[in-house]
Design a protein around this ligand. Structure first.
Ligand SMILES: [Zn+2]
Length: 203
């Protein structure tokens, strides 16, 4: 009986917190007060890109602070519109606390939504291997820690309003690769993600 229990525990080992994870305190987040009216229960993940080209030399720490300041100043958002933000080097930054619903420039129900954002414009450029790897590790962790399994693209949640998260990232979602890799990476032997061949004419 004891051995059976031990085997059960081992086989359902919880996926560890992703590597390259930067907490709010570590990057110096300065949210304004978030009201109780924003409290929600996280239920599903929505995938975004920034829609702005990531250029050589761009710095995620500067960008995340800039986004937080801009949202507070221009949009009346007390904190970042996203819960997690991933840069092309595969660093995951904590954004808004999960217990608060996010923000959007488009019109759809945000209650229960966990906003996951990747820096870049994937209508114009391709997702990096490191960014994909970090995305899969984060999704696996969210699944094990918070039972969050449902993954949708922003353009699916708000049809006709946006092309977000861009053509290249949609290839991985449409082919079921992200879901497949999340399953795989929870096994012990996992070679990691593999980028799809770049479409003709794309770097
Ligand atoms: Zn979006």
């Amino acid at each position: 009986m004891k051995i059976w229990l031990l085997l059960l525990l081992l086989s359902s080992a919880v996926w560890a917190q992703p590597r390259n994870y930067v907490t709010r305190a570590e990057w110096g987040s300065q949210p304004q007060a978030l009201g109780d009216d924003l409290l929600h229960t996280p239920e599903r993940i929505t995938l975004h890109h920034s829609g702005v080209l990531w250029k050589a030399g761009d710095d995620a720490r500067k960008k995340i602070k800039g986004l937080q300041n801009w949202g507070q100043r221009e949009k009346n958002w007390p904190d970042l519109p996203y819960h997690f933000l991933i840069d092309p080097q595969g660093t995951i930054f904590e954004g808004r606390e999960l217990k608060y619903r996010p923000e959007s420039n488009t019109d759809y129900d945000l209650t229960g939504v966990v906003n996951l954002h990747l820096w870049g414009n994937f209508d114009e450029q391709t997702v990096t291997r490191e960014q994909l790897q970090a995305t899969v590790e984060l999704l696996a962790w969210l699944r094990d820690q918070f039972q969050l399994e449902t993954l949708q693209a922003h353009c699916q949640a708000a049809p006709g309003q946006t092309s977000c998260p861009g053509k290249d990232l949609m290839r991985y979602l449409d082919a079921g690769l992200l879901r497949h890799w999340v399953e795989q990476c929870r096994q012990e032997e996992w070679p990691g993600v593999k980028e799809l061949p770049a479409p003709p004419g794309k770097p």
